[in-house]
Design a protein around this ligand. Structure first.
Ligand code: GLU
Length: 561
């Protein structure tokens, strides 16, 4: 059987075929990226197909989210569902669950030519055979018991509605898989058994649906994760039986954690568990999760909290969950162009030590010859450094727009509580230190806090800023109050000038002597944007209110003496 790409002028059609059983994993996003780039760089077409034949695990919501994630990454598809409704392309529907009549036609062809058969084995019979294989320590293979029923009986029983599956009658010969990345492998005869192609619920299995759809949608290149490599044997055999051309296959090694473990949602659970252990926490923080759920989870090392509980507990403990899915990276404030760049480097490189590039460059340059054969290790620090660089290269206006868009999506309450000028000042004064679009929302809670609730626990930096030196920071604060009360307008530039003059008189021009006590007084902690911006953002009234409360609170602590 020829390979469809044997003909040099054959159009390039790639496809990404996610199963909508959860959020889109970064590994899936990388497959999509390579499919997209390969098609875009060769005037080809990129197809998106939703593989939702597993009815129990699939959901329309997950499919919608996957499309959103792809769109966010800038990966547009020529054929597939249209997120706005309807579809693009002529080979739809693009949800497999809507293609059952199409699969039936092709199943019928195999049944007629006796390349497939109805099988009536019960679950108990199959379980017993699997158990026997396990006991003998041999790999289980279906023993073709179904074929012992005469063909006419099989057809009659199926027609009468007896529960059954349809199995493919696998030819008894070796299968050679040729892969554009991993090379060639031969599966010996007998390795692939008579696998199921239609389940008892009437839905095709993944193997059958994927083969029919790749052929009918004209896919000439199949890129996917390495875990599907062995499945390819089944697909090649089905293509031959159905008279379809073989696409060219390329399987990509996985993306792993730096320690070689799989990047999975379990990593999030582990991060929270580690924090709980380290802090010796025995009950969930108030208003986080149900105490019973917490105790049961803590007692069972293998248990995983459900996602909402995990997010709630992580937030209450201040744990930053490791990002695994595209949605996590988006929420954490990574830029889609940076994520694409970085994902491409996890498994591919353009050569010449070039590391920074955009999707247009990737489309021009991506070729399979430079795809790695071994697993990639996902280096989060490097991703963060890439994101920082990209943010630093942005104009202030672009940064402002992007932070605002991020805030509107993930922190609407934060945005709603800030005036325009306040928000612009916060963004501009945070820009140089921002590694992500999310950081400034996470680190500036002091701005939203009720003035009456700011507290000053005497930590090391507080002790140093407030109680050391002659005069002490606290004494300087009491004196600078009048100046702050009278500075007009209460704006960053004006405050800088006034405090500069004041520092020359009161602390030998050492602005730091007053800046840090002030910062602590008005924010409750030692870290905030530049002090003059911090003051302007709060405004005179709130600054004075916090200052008075701080003086009150700290002058009565023991340290004051
Ligand atoms: N639906 C399969 C998955 O998400 C895709 C396999 C393929 O690309 O053939 O793993």
């Amino acid at each position: 059987m020829p390979t469809s790409t044997d003909q040099p002028d054959h159009p390039v059609v790639t496809r990404f075929a996610p199963s909508p059983t959860g959020d889109l994993h970064v590994g899936g996003a990388r497959t999509a990226l390579f499919c997209w780039a390969y098609a875009r760089g060769r005037e080809g077409a990129f197809v998106l197909r939703i593989e939702d034949t597993d009815r129990k695990r699939s959901s329309a919501g997950a499919a919608r989210e996957a499309m959103r994630d792809l769109a966010w990454l800038g990966l547009d598809w020529d054929q597939g569902p249209d997120p706005g409704g309807g579809e693009r392309g002529e080979h739809g529907p693009y949800f497999q669950s809507e293609r059952l009549p199409i699969y039936e036609t092709h199943l019928e062809r195999l049944l007629e030519s006796d390349r497939a058969y109805h099988a009536f084995d019960t679950a108990e019979e199959l379980d017993a055979k699997r158990a026997a294989a396990r006991a003998q320590k041999v790999a289980y293979r279906y023993d073709r018991a179904g074929l012992e029923v005469p063909r006419a009986d099989r057809l009659a029983r199926a027609a009468a509605g007896e529960p059954h599956v349809i199995r493919f009658r696998t030819p008894d010969r070796p299968v050679v898989i040729t892969d554009a990345v991993l090379g060639e492998a031969t599966l010996p005869a007998g390795e692939v058994d008579d696998f199921i192609i239609r389940k008892a619920d009437g839905f095709p299995t993944y193997h059958f649906a994927v083969v029919v759809d790749d052929a009918l949608m004209g896919c000439t290149w199949v890129f996917r994760a390495q875990e599907h490599f062995n499945n390819t044997a089944k697909h090649l055999l089905l293509q031959e039986a159905l008279g379809f051309e073989h696409p060219t296959y390329a399987h990509f090694p996985l993306i792993m954690n730096p320690d070689g473990s799989k990047m999975s949602k379990r990593d999030k659970d582990k991060a929270v568990r580690a924090e709980v252990r380290q802090r010796g926490i025995e009950a969930p923080p108030p208003d986080s999760i149900d105490p019973g759920t917490f105790t049961a989870w803590l007692a069972d090392k293998k248990a995983q909290l459900d996602h909402d509980d995990l997010v709630r507990l992580a937030a209450a403990l201040g744990v930053q969950l490791p990002e695994i899915n595209v949605r996590d990276f988006r929420r954490s404030g990574y830029l889609p162009e940076v994520l694409c760049n970085f994902l491409a480097l996890n498994g591919w490189s353009p050569g010449d030590d070039l590391e920074k590039f955009d999707n247009a460059f990737l489309a021009r340059s991506f070729e399979l010859g430079r795809v790695q054969k071994t697993a990639a290790r996902f280096d989060r620090d490097k991703l963060l450094a890439f994101n920082l660089d990209a943010i630093q290269a942005m104009s202030p206006e672009v940064f402002l727009d992007r932070v605002r868009a991020h805030g509107e999506r993930y922190h609407p309450d934060f945005l709603a509580r800030l005036g325009d000028r306040q928000f612009e000042l916060l963004v501009e004064s945070s820009r140089e230190r921002s590694k992500t679009l999310d950081e400034l929302f996470r680190t500036n809670h002091w701005l939203l806090e009720d003035d009456e609730r700011v507290a000053w626990p005497v930590t090391k930096p507080v002790r140093k800023a407030m109680f050391k030196g002659e005069p002490t920071g606290l004494a300087l604060l009491a004196e600078v109050r009048t100046l702050l009360d009278g500075t007009e307008p209460f704006e960053s530039g004006q405050l800088e000038a006034a405090l500069g003059t004041w520092a020359a008189e009161h602390c030998e021009g050492n602005l730091g002597r007053i800046a840090q006590p002030l910062r602590i007084a008005v924010t409750g902690g030692p870290v905030s944007p530049p002090i003059f911006d911090t003051l302007e953002m709060l405004g005179r009234e709130r600054v004075l209110r916090r200052l008075d409360r701080c003086l009150d609170s700290l002058s009565t602590t023991e340290e004051a003496g």
